[in-house]
Design a protein around this ligand. Structure first.
Ligand SMILES: C[C@@]1(C(=O)O)OC[C@H]2O[C@@H](O)[C@H](O)[C@@H](O)[C@H]2O1
Length: 465
C-alpha cells in the first residue's frame, strides 16, 4: 500500500535536548537545568546549558530540514522560556524564538507539530510542589492558552505531553529524573494531575476555537512473557495494564481502567479526584494519539525489588526499564537482537502495537511521533556511516506500512531525531540523528549517510527505502 499523499514524513526533537541558551534572553530555569547541574545525576555530568546550540543556529538547522525535504517537524516548547516563573509575566523574547521558528518552517513548507511539555517543567513550579499539586495543572492551562494565542493561527498539530511513563516513572518511581522521588503513590497522584492538565488544555483548545488537532504522546511498548507460566503471563498483563491501559485510557476513553483504579485506591488511596475531574477527563478526548516506538519488553514475574536496568556500557540507561516490586520486571529476551543500550530491536512490535491501540481505542488517528536507533555511529574516512540506523528505520517503515495495510489510520512518521542531541542521562554518546554534531568542531553540523537515505524515502513518498 503506497503511503497516502498527505502522509507526513517528519522528524522530531525536544527543546531541552537541542536548544541550549538555558538562561538567555529572559528564559527561566527548568527542573532539568537545575537537576543536570547536581553532581552525578547525568553521564559525564552533561547538561543542556548549550546542548547543540539550536537556539542560535535555528535558521541553519531548518535549512537542513528543507534540504532533506522534511514535510513536518515535531519540536517542543520550553515552558520557562515563555513563562520564566511558570505563569504570569510573559518573556516576549522567548515567544519570538518559537514564532520565528514556525515562520521559518512554514516558509520551507514544513508542517510544525508542537509538543507543549517534553519534561522541562519551570523550576519555580517545582518549588511549589510540581506535578503533585493542582496549581501546576492550572499553570499548564495558562501556558497552553498563551501558546494557542501566539501560534494557533499557524500551527495545526498540537500534543500536550510527551511520555508520562518516562517523566513520571523516572521522576517519581526510579528517581533517576527530577524531582528524584521514589514513591508509587505520589507517582500516581502526579500522573493524575498531568491528565487533568491535559484535559484543561484540550478544553481550552476547543474554547479558543483553535483550528487543528490536539493529542497526547505516549511510549508504545508491547510486552511478551518470557515463559508461558501463569506467573509470567499475569506479570505481562500487569505490564500492559500499567504501561498502556493506565496511560492511554484517560486520554482516549476519558477514564482510568476500572479494575486497576480500584486496586490503586484500595492500596494507596490514589488517585485522589477533585470535584469535576471525572467530567474533565470524559469530555476532552484526544483528536489523535502520538506513539513513540523503540522496543519491545520481555516480562517475568518480579519477586524482587524495583530495579533499574543499565546497559552493558555501565551508563544509566535513560528511558531504562524498571520493574515494579512484586509485580513484574523486564529481562533480556535470549533470542533478541539488542542495541548498545540494551533495547531489543523488534519491528514486528510496531505493527503489533499499532494494531493493539486500534483494537482497544477504535479508529483513532495516529502519528508515529518517535522511532529511532540510539547508537554510537561509525565514522569512516570522516563520513558518518550510520547504516545500522538506516536498516533500523527501513524495517520500522515496513512494519508501519503493514499496520496501515491492516486499516490503521497512521498519518505521519517522525524519526527520533532530526539532529544528534543531548540524551537526558547519556550525554552525547547515544546518537539518534540524521545530522551529526561535531563537538570537537564548535558543534558543526554534518550530514550522515541516513540524511541522504531519508531524503530519498521522502522524495519517493516511501516507495524507495
Ligand atoms: C530515554 C530516551 C533515550 O535517551 O534513548 O528514549 C528515546 C527518546 O525518547 C524521547 O522522548 C526523549 O526525549 C529522547 O531523549 C530519547 O530518550
Amino acid at each position: 500500500a503506497a503511503f497516502p499523499k498527505n502522509f507526513l514524513w517528519g522528524a522530531a526533537t525536544a527543546a531541552y535536548q537541542v536548544e541550549g541558551a538555558h538562561n538567555e534572553d529572559g528564559k527561566g530555569l527548568s527542573i532539568w537545568d537545575v537537576f543536570s547541574h547536581l553532581p552525578g545525576t547525568t553521564y559525564q555530568n552533561t547538561n543542556g546549558d548549550v546542548a547543540v546550540d539550536h537556539y542560535h543556529r535555528m535558521q541553519e538547522d531548518v535549512a537542513l530540514m528543507a534540504e532533506m525535504g522534511l514535510q513536518s517537524y515535531r519540536f517542543s516548547i520550553s515552558w520557562p522560556r515563555l513563562l520564566p516563573n511558570g505563569r504570569g509575566e510573559v518573556n516576549e523574547a522567548g515567544v519570538k524564538f518559537y514564532s520565528d521558528l514556525i515562520d521559518t518552517l512554514l516558509a520551507h513548507n514544513i508542517v510544525p507539530m508542537i509538543t507543549l511539555y517534553h519534561w522541562d517543567l519551570p523550576q519555580a513550579l517545582q518549588d511549589e510542589g510540581g506535578w503533585e499539586v493542582r496549581s501546576t495543572a492550572l499553570a499548564f492551562e495558562e501556558y497552553a492558552r498563551l501558546c494557542y494565542s501566539r501560534y494557533g493561527d499557524r500551527v495545526k498539530l498540537w500534543a500536550t505531553f510527551n511520555e508520562t511513563i518516562v517523566f513520571i516513572g523516572h521522576g517519581y518511581i526510579t528517581g533517576s529524573h527530577p524531582p528524584s522521588v521514589r514513591d508509587p503513590a505520589r507517582a500516581i497522584q502526579a500522573c493524575h494531575q498531568v491528565f487533568i492538565a491535559h484535559a484543561l488544555a484540550v478544553k481550552a483548545f476547543h474554547e479558543m476555537n483553535i483550528q487543528g488537532d490536539i493529542g497526547f504522546v505516549n511510549v508504545l511498548q508491547p510486552h511478551t512473557a518470557l515463559t508461558s507460566s501463569p506467573e509470567d503471563r499475569i506479570a505481562t498483563e500487569l505490564a500492559d495494564a500499567i504501561h498502556t491501559h493506565w496511560l492511554y485510557d484517560p486520554v482516549l476513553k476519558g477514564h482510568y481502567p476500572e479494575a486497576l483504579l480500584a486496586q490503586t485506591q484500595a492500596l494507596w488511596d490514589v488517585p485522589r479526584f477533585e470535584p469535576g475531574d471525572d467530567e474533565l477527563l470524559r469530555n476532552n478526548i484526544c483528536d489523535f494519539i502520538g506513539l513513540n516506538y523503540y522496543r519491545r519488553e520481555t516480562v517475568v514475574a518480579n519477586p524482587g525489588d524495583t530495579q533499574i536496568a543499565s546497559n552493558h556500557n555501565g551508563e544509566p540507561n535513560s528511558g531504562a526499564e524498571f520493574g515494579f516490586k512484586d509485580l513484574f520486571k523486564f529481562v533480556r529476551n535470549p533470542d533478541g537482537v539488542y542495541t548498545d543500550w540494551d533495547w531489543e530491536i523488534w519491528p514486528q512490535g510496531l505493527t503489533d502495537g499499532i494494531m493493539m491501540i486500534k483494537e482497544r481505542y477504535g479508529d483513532i488517528p495516529m502519528y508515529i511521533t518517535e522511532n529511532g536507533l540510539g547508537a554510537k555511529d561509525p565514522i569512516i574516512d570522516g563520513e558518518i556511516v550510520d547504516q545500522p540506523r538506516i536498516d533500523y528505520l527501513q524495517m520500522h517503515i515496513d512494519a508501519m506500512e503493514k499496520a496501515m495495510a491492516q486499516g490503521a489510520d497512521v498519518r505521519g512518521y517522525y524519526p527520533w531525531s532530526f539532529i544528534d542531541l543531548l540524551s537526558w542521562l547519556n550525554g552525547y554518546k547515544k546518537q539518534y540523528g540524521f545530522v551529526y554534531v561535531d563537538h570537537q568542531q564548535n558543534l558543526t553540523r554534518k550530514r550522515k549517510k541516513s540524511f541522504f537515505w531519508y531524503q530519498n524515502v521522502i522524495a519517493t513518498r516511501g516507495q524507495q527505502r
